[in-house]
Write a protein that binds this ligand. Structure first.
Ligand code: TYM
Length: 344
């Protein structure tokens, strides 16, 4: 018997972040800052996706510490735990269960197109885990387990959300309920703001990433004022003054990146930032960017340090989130199982 879990006209956000190492400015501007704004309008669920983290080898001690740090960072950045649901993915086993079901819907050809797997597995494809290959299927399960309608992410996750839509469509046509309605709605990626793809401070053609061996390539949310200042001052640029139009920045990736970062931090379009700095050189612009970055990130890192002093409190917060998440997930999974013909 199918329960009434269909809420196609009800908006819901789901998004996640991996607890692997320090969060950086890309994670903040591409994802968390948008989560903080969107949670005010749409009921939201955010997860620290530890099941995703283990698709590449992890040190268990570091994974645990990182899970606390990322939870603290998300709260310190402004996720309201009384309004939104925040939990660690592995505590709601329904994610893994739905991922298995979707493994039996998703086609190998669809996964073969995933560019992130190709980048992450690199030349060592044969040695990559099956988990890393199937990672986008788990991501689809994360989203659809809550029938989420909106998925705020950075640009690098767009292809994975398209796959989630393909899986939802395939499931819908394979399994119909009595009223012949689609079971899943198709989730929309929300790729918002001027910094959807923050680039490395050392190379404007490379994405800012936790896994870059050079710490100078990224600004971590835990960096001190001095570290932020040094990294921005040393960031690669060019000798030209800042232009009038965005078009003129197309061949200047490092300049474009820094201007996008400034725009996102000040919540204004890049055209406004250009108006502010046209004709000025980087020796003028960089100190302004340092000031803005420190002003935004320092309160987050100090609040993070306070929260991390009491990991028992973080445990409690995650536990509450886990229960709320499971209450939404369980009836949806039950319906999925009924549609498949499972006795449950
Ligand atoms: P992850 O942990 O790599 O990154 C978390 C979020 O940060 C964004 N991001 C960036 N945005 C702009 N510029 C950058 N340089 C940058 N680097 C990272 C990512 O786009 C992401 O939004 N697979 C996901 C986590 C995930 C998920 C989900 C997301 C698992 N299940 C379901 C949405 C819905 C990931 O590895 O993100």
């Amino acid at each position: 018997m199918i329960n009434e879990t269909k809420q196609n006209n009800q908006k819901r956000i789901f998004s996640g972040i991996q607890p692997t190492g320090n969060l950086h400015l890309g994670n903040y501007l591409g994802a968390i800052k948008n989560w903080v704004n969107l949670q005010k309008e749409i009921p939201s669920i955010f997860s620290i996706v530890d099941l995703h983290a283990i698709t590449v080898p992890q040190d268990p001690v570091k994974l645990k510490a990182s899970t606390y740090e990322v939870t603290a960072a998300i709260i310190a950045a402004g996720i309201d735990i009384n309004r939104s649901i925040l939990f660690n993915q592995s505590s709601v086993k329904e994610h893994a269960e739905l991922a298995w079901i979707f493994n039996c819907v998703c086609r190998i050809g669809w996964l073969n197109r995933m560019t992130q797997f190709k980048e992450k597995a690199g030349k060592n494809r044969e040695k990559a885990t099956v988990g890393l290959y199937g990672y986008p299927v788990l991501m689809a399960a994360d989203i659809l387990l809550y029938k989420a309608t909106h998925v705020p992410v950075g640009d690098d996750q767009k292809q994975h959300i398209e796959l989630a839509r393909d899986i939802a469509s395939a499931f819908n046509s394979m399994f119909k309920n009595q009223s012949e309605e689609d079971f899943f709605c198709l989730p929309e990626p929300q790729i918002l703001g001027p910094a959807t793809r923050v680039m490395s401070l050392r190379d404007g053609k490379k994405k800012m990433s936790k896994s870059d061996i050079s710490d100078a390539s990224r600004i971590n949310l835990t960096d001190t004022k001095e570290q932020i200042s040094n990294k921005i001052k040393k960031a690669k640029t060019d000798p030209l003054p800042l232009p009038e139009t965005v078009n003129e920045l197309q061949s200047r990736p490092e300049a474009l990146n820094l201007l996008n970062i400034y725009s996102a931090l000040s919540s204004q379009p890049i055209t406004k930032t250009l108006e502010q700095f046209t004709g000025k050189g980087f020796s003028y612009f960089k100190p302004m960017l340092v000031e803005l970055a420190v002003e935004t990130l320092s309160p987050i890192s100090s609040e993070m340090r306070v929260l991390l002093k009491d990991t028992k409190e973080i445990d409690k917060i995650l536990k509450i989130g886990e229960e709320k998440a499971r209450n939404i997930a369980q009836p949806i999974l039950k319906d999925v199982k009924s549609l498949l013909g499972f006795i449950n």
